[in-house]
Write a protein that binds this ligand. Structure first.
Ligand code: 26W
Length: 821
């Protein structure tokens, strides 16, 4: 049999070129002469997508026979650009590059056309994306369920030093990576009332009579694993109006009313809420959460029932992970679907529910713990409120049994907060409705057990476990740092890409001077690339030979970007006071978005940019320091920035950062860390060795102790001349054209409240920064430390995290996919 390579699957250069031309004509509808770069990008994306489809369809086919599937429920999936990742995972990067170049195009230019799907805020959404990559790479059957926001996280511009938010129109030129499945829609109800009745057999039943129904339409994106056939699905739901509903209005002549209803329905999935760590309590947000969770659970039930398996085995077929409390309403929704709609009795349904769900907590900040006013909740989800009351009553009966007469316990464990206005507590619902609860770093899990979830830990100790976060080495090394990838692979082979512990083999090379030379050379070139980007975008010239000191993450007081600024100004003052000071030249780089309503975070950005403007234009210090705020930090920019760092700033107040994952991306790319004993920093330091990590600051215990004794930040200011000089310089209007009021809210906060204890940690931070400067002068030893950091990062692969979830929580096994069709 002669097989001719087909334009949709063939991998020879000739076929790839012909496929590209074909897609340009038949999909974009363009001749080469009139095609834009975006047309070529789309043609290329479809060329790659065609090559994914065979794997994807075979994967779906394989999962039809009775395999346990992980369902990762997350309000956010920050997957980043897809083209290069798919090329790498398919193993066709080099071929595609050749085919594109032989067609007279630049692959780099086409890659830059891609608009990243910004369907997340930060850590939690990006973690979900790394986990999907690892699930596929480990060949574990999985579906990611979430929301297809029409507008993702806003684009950030900086005007006059202030953040300005621009709508993220990521879908405006089309999304070649998704496939809509309109025929697989589901219906989601809202509002109305519940009706209690006896069915034909005389059984007591409840049905929900909603006052509104919305259609959920799934859009699927294939998530291909690295060099395997497994391509799992990310299924995101879009809200649409139900025709029959508005037709009624239309028929009685209310055309505008009908259109209104359509708009209201479609608003549901219009926009991602841009806040992280602070709840807003907006009704639309609860609607979004319920909407996607109901879609997901209905989808799972349909999948199950399509295979002739009994619904009573639901928990054996699906392991559902709740990514924080955002999807926790799933506990009540699954109960409703099983009891009301599928007539399973309560106890059996509860057994299924508890054995289905597992819950990950991502934050200890009290202001991030979700709770919904009973009134709002009951208005939107009347039946769910009844179910929650029922769950609560049964649960509190058990609590009373265990702790007779302990009213404090009862009120703290209750699913309902009754201390003032009444609320539904989503974390409590998640804990009661799950069989496993985990934090995201060792310290974080311990703190959960001692603080916010203490009573739950005492009641259900067996449910608690830790799973330390991880990041995918495919995106965060192979894709973003090709030079280092090549060097490492040359030396130790390429097994490390899927077995990150293999990086250990680099340890002995740390003593090899010529290897160190190559390592330094690569860092230098990568820094040169970032310097070129900064020059082009911001017209700021930075010296790639200076120490690149980088802090990129969401702007938040607990993450303490302003502590970093206090160091920048200290550094500046030292230079100003002694112009001949032999200082280690530094480039201070910042990036990150502030929640639009978070005034203090926006003021911190304004401060960074204001300091940058003074410092970068001061002839006294030029060449020895530069300050840069890179606007619009996102996944695409992260890929440029992490590999170019010498120093990674992980400086949150101890006990506040659940894990951090940027810390891992930096260290994996050879940056050394300056950090507190917080989140996963603790474990990173444990792995890389204390001598290869710049530790500073109070411990969590010390933070709690100082708070309890009464913390007086003003005393630190008074007693530290250098700190006082820094604060006074900001207050004097030096960075604000003489405006003494501009930064007053920030300064007053530091002097009189300082919830995050910047002033208490200031001196320790400054001293440690000085050690960094000294260490950087010994380039050979710095390089040694950099190599050792990378060599010892094996633990922080998301493959390791996913293996732990699979074994400890989900009880799932790999199911390899064969290409049968
Ligand atoms: C309801 C408002 C809201 C929205 C998002 C509250 C909280 C969140 C997230 C939990 C914020 C978040 O992204 N947390 C981060 O999760 C990462 C992944 O586990 C951790 O590495 C970070 O430390 C944690 O801040």
């Amino acid at each position: 049999q002669i097989r001719v390579e087909d334009d949709r699957t063939g991998l020879s250069i000739t076929t790839l070129r012909s496929a590209l031309a074909d897609n340009l004509f038949y999909i974009q509808g363009k001749f080469p002469g009139t095609a834009t770069k975006n047309d070529y990008y789309m043609a290329l994306a479809y060329t790659v997508r065609d090559r994914l489809l065979q794997r994807w369809l075979n994967t779906t086919q394989t999962y039809r026979k009775n395999v346990k599937v992980v369902c990762y429920l997350s309000a956010e999936f920050l997957i980043g650009p897809q083209l290069v990742n798919n090329l790498i995972n398919l193993g066709i990067y080099a071929k595609i590059r050749q085919a594109v170049e032989e067609s007279g195009l630049s692959l780099q230019e086409l890659i830059e056309q891609e608009e990243e799907p910004g369907l997340g805020n930060g850590g939690l959404g990006r973690l979900a994306a790394c986990y999907l990559d690892s699930l596929s790479t480990l060949e574990i059957p999985a579906i990611g369920y979430g929301i297809r926001y029409e507008f993702g996280i806003f684009d950030q511009e900086i005007r006059d030093g202030w953040q300005v938010e621009i709508t993220d129109k990521w879908l405006q030129y089309g999304n070649p990576w998704e496939i809509a499945r309109p025929e697989e829609y589901v219906e989601v109800k809202f509002g109305g009332r519940s009706e209690h009745y006896y069915d034909e057999k005389g059984n007591y039943r409840v049905r929900w009579i909603p006052d509104r129904v919305v259609k959920g339409v799934p859009y699927d994106t294939p998530i291909l694993g690295y060099q395997v056939n497994t391509a799992n699905t990310l299924r995101l739901w879009k809200a649409e109006a139900i025709e029959s509903f508005d037709f009624q209005a239309f028929n009685i002549g209310d055309y505008y009313g009908a259109v209104d209803a359509k708009i209201v329905s479609e608003n549901l999935t219009k926009i991602l809420y841009p806040n992280d760590e602070v709840i807003q309590g907006k009704e639309l947000r609860l609607q979004q959460q319920y909407f996607f969770v109901s879609c997901a659970l209905q989808d799972m039930i349909r999948l199950l029932l399509s295979t002739e398996v009994s619904l009573e085995t639901f928990h054996q077929q699906f392991a559902v992970q709740l990514n924080d409390t955002h999807p926790a309403i799933g506990v009540a929704e699954l109960m409703r679907l099983l009891v009301d709609e599928h007539r399973i009795d309560w106890d059996k349904a509860w057994h299924i529910t508890q054995n289905t769900f597992a819950f990950t907590n991502h934050t200890l900040l009290p202001e991030a713990l979700e709770k919904w006013p009973i009134e709002l909740f009951g208005r939107l989800l009347p039946r769910h409120l009844e179910i929650i009351y029922e769950i609560n009553q049964r649960f509190l009966d058990r609590v009373r049994m265990k702790y007779p007469r302990d009213l404090g316990k009862l009120s703290r464990l209750s699913l309902i907060d009754e201390s003032g206005e009444r609320y539904v507590r989503m974390a409590n619902l998640a804990c009661v409705g799950s069989h496993a609860i985990n934090g995201v770093a060792e310290l974080h899990t311990e703190l959960l057990k001692k603080t916010v979830l203490k009573d739950f830990y005492e009641f259900f100790p067996e449910k608690f476990a830790n799973v330390t976060n991880g990041v995918t080495p495919r995106r965060w090394m192979v894709l973003s740092n090709p030079r280092l990838t090549r060097l490492i692979t040359e030396k130790i082979g390429d097994r490390w890409i899927t077995h990150l512990d293999d990086l250990r083999k680099l340890e002995t090379l740390a003593d090899d001077a010529s290897f160190r030379q190559q390592w330094r050379q690569i860092k230098q070139e990568t820094k040169g690339d970032l310097a070129a980007y900064i020059r082009k975008k911001l017209d700021i010239i930075v010296d790639p030979k200076s120490l690149f000191d980088i802090q990129v993450k969401r702007i938040h007081e607990y993450k303490r970007q302003h502590l970093n600024v206090l160091h920048v100004i200290t550094f500046y003052n030292r230079l100003k006071h002694d112009r001949d000071l032999d200082i280690t030249p530094r480039t201070f780089i910042f990036g990150g978005k502030a929640a639009p309503g978070y005034f203090m975070a926006k003021l911190i950005i304004k401060l960074i940019v204001s300091v940058a403007n003074i410092v970068n234009n001061d002839p006294d210090v030029r060449d020895r320091m530069k300050v840069v705020f890179i606007p619009d930090f996102n996944v695409t920019l992260g890929q440029r920035i992490y590999p170019a760092a010498d120093l990674s700033e992980q400086i949150s107040t101890a006990g506040k950062e659940a894990s951090g994952t940027g810390n891992m991306k930096f260290a994996l790319n050879g940056a050394l860390t300056i950090g507190t004993l917080d989140g996963a920093n603790v474990e990173i330091r444990e792995e890389v060795g204390a001598e290869n990590f710049f530790l500073f600051g109070l411990t969590t215990e010390e933070v709690y102790g100082l708070k309890a004794r009464g913390y007086r930040p003003f005393d630190y200011y008074n007693q530290n001349a250098e700190l006082k000089a820094v604060i006074d310089l900001i207050s004097s209007g030096f960075f604000s054209h003489g405006d003494v009021d501009l930064f007053k809210p920030l300064i007053d906060n530091l002097l009189y409240r300082d919830d995050y204890m910047l002033l208490a940690d200031y001196q320790s931070y400054i001293d440690t920064q000085e050690k960094v400067s000294q260490a950087y002068r010994d380039r050979e030893n710095w390089t040694r430390m950099s190599i050792l950091n990378v060599a010892r990062m094996g633990k922080f692969s998301s493959d390791r995290s996913i293996r732990e979830y699979a074994q400890k929580i989900w009880k799932v096994e790999p199911v390899p996919v064969e290409l049968l069709q």
